[in-house]
Design a binder for this molecule. Structure first.
Ligand code: 5GP
Ligand code: MG
Ligand code: MG
Length: 191
């Protein structure tokens, strides 16, 4: 792990390394490319901000090399919940910029935990008339197996721990880390 950056001191353990992420993103892009090669107008990537921002950038580049062509949309949602668990009640903070009717949509997600946010989002995209919707999620936690949400492409199954890095934050920090890891307990105590 240690590349000598300031954040290494705050990380207890690296769960997924930068190299593992890079290899997996390329592999996911290859699968999506093969399955969607004949999408007539290419695919419409919908990134769920902010956590998926790194994944979106890297995944879109990899998919771009292989085809089909893609377009990018960004949505921001907030799920109301008690503390750290989401409730499934979702508010749109930033909506799609345009019509997705008839389009082949690929939702680019950072992590599926309870799956409540995602399941709401899929219903929403359906209601906007997408012709097909697939989900690519870089990480999945064990809780997610209980949820009847079809995530077609999953990068890594990770333990049920709170992780940061590669887009995932704690109090808006640590998104820029190139790897995914668990914070030291004292970081939470610092507040
Ligand atoms: P869900 O509705 O599936 O419970 O919520 C998923 C969202 O919660 C993810 O898109 C992500 O933003 C956030 N989340 C879930 N697990 C983690 C985690 O371990 N670390 C961070 N930073 N965010 C998480
Ligand atoms: Mg997310
Ligand atoms: Mg967050």
């Amino acid at each position: 792990m240690a590349d000598g950056s300031w954040y290494d001191a705050d990380i207890e353990r690296v769960i997924i390394s930068e190299q593992q992420i890079r290899d997996k993103v390329a592999e996911l892009a290859k699968q999506v490319s093969a399955d969607h090669a004949d999408a007539p107008d290419g695919v419409l990537l919908v990134c769920v901000l902010k956590g998926a921002v790194m994944f979106m950038a890297d995944f879109a580049r990899e998919l771009g090399r292989l085809g089909p062509s893609s377009e990018m949309e960004f949505m921001a949602v907030s799920s109301y919940g008690q503390g750290t668990t989401s409730s499934g009640v979702v508010r749109i903070l930033k909506d799609l910029d345009r019509d997705i009717a008839g389009r082949h949509v690929i939702v680019v997600e950072d992590i599926v935990d309870s799956g409540l946010t995602l399941s709401w989002l899929l219903k929403y995209l359906e209601s906007r008339g997408a012709a097909a919707i697939d989900v690519v999620a870089l990480f999945r936690k064990p809780e997610a197996v209980k949820v009847p949400v079809d995530v077609r492409y999953v990068g890594f199954d990770i333990p049920s721990e709170f992780v940061v890095g590669y887009g995932l934050d704690f109090a808006e920090r640590y998104r820029e880390l190139p790897y995914v890891g668990v914070l030291k307990p004292e970081v939470y105590a610092r507040g």
